[in-house]
Design a protein around this ligand. Sequence first.
Ligand SMILES: Nc1nc2c(ncn2[C@@H]2O[C@H](COP(=O)(O)OP(=O)(O)OP(=O)(O)O)[C@@H](O)[C@H]2O)c(=O)[nH]1
Ligand SMILES: [Mg+2]
Length: 301
Amino acid sequence: MGFFEKIKAGLTKTRDALSGTLGGVFSGFSQIDDDFYDELEENLILADLGVETSVKATEKLRAVIKEQRLKTPEEAKAALKEILVEMLSVGSPALDLSTKPAVVLVIGVNGVGKTTTIGKIATRLVKEGKRVMLIAGDTFRAAAADQLEIWAGRAGADIVRQHEGADPASVVFDGIQAAKARNVDVILIDTAGRLHNKTNLMNELNKISRITERELPGSAREVLLVLDGTTGQNGLIQAKQFKEVAGVTAVALTKLDGTAKGGIVIAVSDSLQIPVKFVDVGEQADDLMPFDAKDFVDALL
Ligand SMILES: Nc1nc2c(ncn2[C@@H]2O[C@H](COP(=O)(O)OP(=O)(O)OP(=O)(O)O)[C@@H](O)[C@H]2O)c(=O)[nH]1
Ligand SMILES: [Mg+2]
């Protein structure tokens, strides 16, 4: 299955998925009037775009319809697709892995899918012929490093881990030195899940982030925030806080095969101006897919 089919299959598992309700707005009206705009805006909000982004998208559509003198809801649909694709295009869609080594620090709240996402990205990169190292920066539970080690084994990646309770910053430091010595292409750093409002844990993350900058000056560096697609607008609040502390450069949205409505992808891109680079629609390694804005919007509408 390609990106389009998978996203569509994932999203339509939810009865309320964007595809159904949003698409219905266009087939349910024969002309473009105020009721149409009201219904559209309401459905965008229901689809998890958030109030701010929904209002903005509707206003843009109004302007385009007026300017291009569009008449039918079908024409409006095509115009809205273009608007949403543009709102999703806020940066490079791929991870910047242009240096050797390149580093990707993976962060987010508990249970969103950080470790799984790392395993899936590693699998993909090793298949492409890259040498990959995983660093087990989640030292909270021994099981966390064990879980990462299983993924490393499956993917064919190296791993650096320490004992439970070790200082995550020192694990990251050691891992980076080892990666340099072993001529690794890509370093993926796992971190413990943390609530965005817990100051000490966020300070620890800031420290890890600074170590990657200090130890890898001039290296391509991504800070990948993993968001659970089913948490809706709360994901936006998390993203804002993580952005402040660790300078998020990319987002991976997971669990779009669950009850997620998908629109959160657009809300995140637009209100934070951070590109969504991966979406995840299941637990298998190939369920993580590089993000394609056009296919995504087609699947939504
Ligand atoms: N259905 C589904 N499940 C997923 C997806 N991504 C991750 N999961 C599952 O979500 C659960 C948590 O994933 P982890 O990768 O352990 O999450 P984490 O963010 O590392 O969690 P902590 O380290 O405890 O903060 C696991 O059971 C995963 O298999 C997805 O896209 N779809
Ligand atoms: Mg984890």
